[in-house]
Design a protein around this ligand. Sequence first.
Ligand code: NAP
Ligand code: GCO
Length: 264
Amino acid sequence: MNPFELNGKIALVTGGSYGIGFSIASAYAKAGATIVFNDINQEMIDKGMAAYAAAGIKAHGYVCDVTNEAQANAMIAQIENEVGVIDILVNNAGIIKRVPMHEMTAAEFRLVIDIDLNGPFIMAKAVLPGMMKKRAGKIINICSMMSELGRETVSAYAAAKGGLKMLTKNIASEYGEYNIQCNGLGPGYIATPQTAPLRETQADGSRHPFDQFIIAKTPAARWGNPEDLDGPAIFLASKASDFVNGHILYVDGGILAYIGKQPK
Ligand code: NAP
Ligand code: GCO
């Protein structure tokens, strides 16, 4: 039997209209899963549905703000009624605000924490009852290099992703007895709309300084693509990881292992 197949499984990927979430959901579909995704408005759902259809994937899209517990609970009930009980949850939805901490407002800090940390709590809490009843489930939280490292301007994001690492470990600890595995997937620097500002070509045609920095910090000497996450994401969603719990699987091309290339 192929331990990496997802046949018959229902996977919910939050913020799955594009970017990393879309790539992971597409990979899950190819592995046999039924795909469900949410986004914060119908326009994004429609765009996501068109993208899945173009990829030959019959997805189910729902409008839900992951920070709104009432919306989340209503969506899970609707999914269970229309599609089935969720087997796999990927807490992918997230934002970042790049502002020096001494200039960041408390409201901006709270918003990032709300979406990137409270959201995964709300969504995990919403799917746990169904998984507990089935005595099986997979919860995958999309962490970050900032779950381990800090850098200028991302204090709220690092606090959220650091907290998400520990929320992952706590869900693993509290619900392992129900045969529910909760792990983190920690992408390195991935080329998506979220990181586009860090890769913009400069007025003189040169690469963005941060782009050059990341190339020097990555042994693979390249940015990751969303598709680089697909195999590790399938592993964490499949039977192959049934005894992996509370682990953060970093998919970073070696950034966390590397001091960085000496400047020329
Ligand atoms: P992205 O391109 O900005 O996509 C984020 C997705 O989340 C969008 O579909 C967005 O929808 C959705 N979203 C935002 N707030 C939401 C909310 N309150 N409720 C529901 N959906 C919401 O980001 P990405 O680069 O694909 O990153 C996806 C995840 O990976 C994030 O958690 C990010 O922190 C993490 N990550 C990214 C990288 C990277 O280098 N790109 C590396 C490590 C970790 P709208 O467009 O409608 O707002
Ligand atoms: C940043 C980037 C990173 C990536 C990712 C790295 O501004 O440093 O946006 O935070 O999004 O989280 O793993």
